[in-house]
Ligand binder design. Structure first.
Ligand SMILES: [Zn+2]
Length: 203
C-alpha cells in the first residue's frame, strides 16, 4: 500500500502502523505525519516503549497472564492472599485486567490466549487448554469459572474446555448472563461483573 510521493522510509513506517488493529490507510498516514513532526524524543520514546515491552514481557508460567522476564510467575499467581482453588478462565489478559479493575474476584486466573475460531484457523491447539488440564491434574483447583466472552466463539470455547476437563473432579461453572449476549468482558462494568460471578451456573 505504498502511497504515491512518499519515500521508502515513510512507506515502511506507514505500512507498520497500518498493521495495527483498527488503523486504516488514512490513520496510518496521519500517525506517520505526527511521528515525523513531533519532537524526536517523543517518537523515540514510543519506539523504545514498544521494544522494551517486547523484550521484557513474557507469559506467566502458570496462568499465561503477562509478567516481566525476571518473574516467571505473574503478580496474581505470586500473591499469597489469592485463592488458588478457584480459577477464572478468560480469553485474554485484557479480560483479566477488566476483572481486576472490578475487584470482585479473589481467586486466580487462566488466560487461554485466544478463543476457538475455526473460521480464522484457531483451534484448541492454539489455546492454553493443555496447560489448564495440567493445572487441574495437580489437584489444587476446586472450581473453574468459565469467563470467556458471551458470544458464539466464547460459548464454544467454554464448552470445549468443559468437555475436555469434564471427567475430572473439578466443578466447572459459567459466568451468568448479567452480561448481554454478544458483549465483551472488556467493557463490562463492576456491577455487571459482580452479578455475573454471583449468578454463575454449572456448565
Ligand atoms: Zn500467573
Amino acid at each position: 500500500m505504498a502511497a504515491a510521493g512518499y519515500s521508502a522510509v515513510v512507506d515502511r513506517l506507514m505500512a507498520a502502523l497500518g498493521r495495527l488493529p483498527g488503523i486504516g490507510a488514512r490513520s496510518s498516514e496521519r500517525l506517520a505525519h505526527h511521528l515525523l513532526k513531533c519532537p524526536p524524543e517523543e517518537a523515540i520514546e514510543l519506539a523504545e516503549a514498544i521494544r522494551s515491552a517486547r523484550d521484557r514481557i513474557r507469559h506467566c508460567q502458570v496462568c499465561f497472564h503477562l509478567t516481566e522476564a525476571d518473574e516467571p510467575l505473574c503478580s496474581i499467581c505470586r500473591d499469597p492472599r489469592r485463592d488458588q482453588s478457584t480459577v477464572c478462565v478468560v480469553e485474554q489478559s485484557r479480560d483479566l485486567i477488566a476483572m481486576e479493575k472490578a475487584a470482585t474476584f479473589q481467586g486466580v486466573y487462566h488466560v487461554l490466549l485466544g478463543r476457538l475460531a475455526p473460521l480464522s484457523g484457531i483451534g484448541p491447539d492454539q489455546l492454553t487448554i493443555d496447560a489448564l488440564a495440567n493445572r487441574v491434574q495437580s489437584g489444587t483447583i476446586r472450581e473453574l469459572i468459565m469467563a470467556t466472552n458471551p458470544n458464539l466463539e466464547g460459548d464454544g470455547t467454554a464448552l470445549l474446555v468443559a468437555k475436555r476437563l469434564g471427567g475430572s473432579e473439578v466443578k466447572i461453572t459459567r459466568l451468568a448472563r448479567g452480561l448481554a449476549t454478544g458483549s465483551t468482558l472488556e467493557f463490562a462494568n463492576r456491577d455487571m461483573l459482580a452479578d455475573a460471578f454471583s449468578g454463575r451456573h454449572p456448565l
